[in-house]
Unconditional design. Structure first.
Length: 299
């Protein structure tokens, strides 16, 4: 039987690493969007992840089937929302929308978690939680607006924006649905089940993309892209996120997604040659202040 996750501090560290790995996924997907077809990237990512997970997750998943079979509908939704839906929609949306729009929409996830939790799952919103969301979200807006608030008013909602927003909705629901699973479930076995379900959902989308003539060349750059997205933002980050939700709750775990614009700015500076500006530092300060406020009562 899986022991309870031991330390909130360690949970917060793993959630921060999750945001870092997912930020790398966004930066890489934006950098390679012209070369790598979206459903190909999604299918390759989760095929690699499943191959890595099966040796460790198949046995505990089978051994604990009596625990998860009564929750098969929830597991089906988790796989389709968190693996098929979220990732495929993000990669598809990034084909059509600007990076600024994508990061801005991604920052809505913690707010959607709080709102959906209150509306559909009976989760109370504490004053500190509401204040933390507001402070952190202000930092996100500062980063994506490049310090110029008029830029936000100029953003146009196009097809890509709508698709990415649907991905954010899918992830908020995924996070909240995780709370209803038995805590004793082995986390690697649970992740293996989710990935297998999600990959089955991606397969027809991948086939449809190939049938439409969108092919991805196999070269060093695309293979390196597949290797990254199939490991750290998939196996490691999802495992860390599941543990974090189990230990500190959906709302607090979701707050760490606000770290992604900060990490995205830093990774873009390091690997894409973008300069770190004053508004980045101011936004990062607000983001960290919000996350600190949200987590203080659990440390």
């Amino acid at each position: 039987m899986t022991k309870p996750f031991p330390s909130p501090r360690l949970a917060y560290l793993l959630l921060a690493l999750t945001a870092l790995f997912w930020s790398g996924n966004f930066v890489l997907a934006r950098a390679m969007h012209a070369s790598v077809a979206p459903m190909t990237l999604s299918f390759a990512r989760w095929s690699i992840a499943l191959c890595l997970l099966l040796p460790f997750g198949a046995a505990p998943a089978w051994r604990q089937r009596a625990l998860w079979l009564p929750h098969w509908r929830r597991l089906l939704l988790l796989g389709l929302l968190g693996v098929t839906g979220f990732n495929s929609l993000v990669y598809w949306g990034l084909q059509y929308t600007a990076a600024t729009n994508g990061v801005l929409l991604n920052s809505f996830i913690p707010i959607l978690i709080v709102l959906f939790g209150a509306l559909f799952f009976g989760v109370a919103i504490a004053r500190r939680q509401a204040l933390a969301v507001a402070i952190s979200f202000a930092g996100v807006l500062l980063v994506v607006a490049h310090g110029d608030w008029q830029r936000l008013a100029a953003l146009d909602i196009n097809r890509g924006d709508a698709v990415v927003f649907l991905a954010m909705v899918a992830w908020a629901l995924y996070t909240l649905l995780l709370r209803g699973l038995p805590p004793a479930l082995d986390r690697i076995g649970l992740l293996t089940l989710q990935v297998a379900i999600g990959l089955a959902g991606i397969a027809p989308l991948f086939a449809w993309e190939l049938a439409g003539g969108r092919h991805t060349p196999l070269n060093a750059a695309t293979l390196a892209t597949f290797a990254y997205v199939g490991t750290l933002p998939s196996v490691a980050a999802y495992y860390f996120y599941n543990l974090g939700v189990t230990r500190v709750g959906a709302a607090r775990a979701g707050m760490f997604i606000h770290l992604m614009p900060m990490f995205g700015a830093l990774l873009s500076m390091l690997f894409l040659g973008e300069a770190l500006q004053l508004y980045h530092l101011a936004g990062i300060t607000l983001i960290l202040a919000g996350v600190t406020l949200a987590t203080r009562s659990h440390t």
